[in-house]
Design a protein. Structure first.
Length: 47
């Protein structure tokens, strides 16, 4: 299952918890970004 998910990603990787944490810290440290949803999915879902 993990290999299948990895192949679906444009980056060819599965996000690690640290990747999610970096996105959260980025949003928390920026006072000018409000009400956003950030998909940390390696390009698997592109809206």
């Amino acid at each position: 299952m993990r290999e299948r998910l990895r192949k679906l990603s444009l980056t060819g990787k599965i996000a690690k918890p640290e990747d999610i944490a970096h996105a959260v810290v980025f949003l928390l440290e920026n006072d000018h970004i409000t009400g956003e949803v950030v998909d940390v999915n390696g390009g698997r879902l592109m809206d």
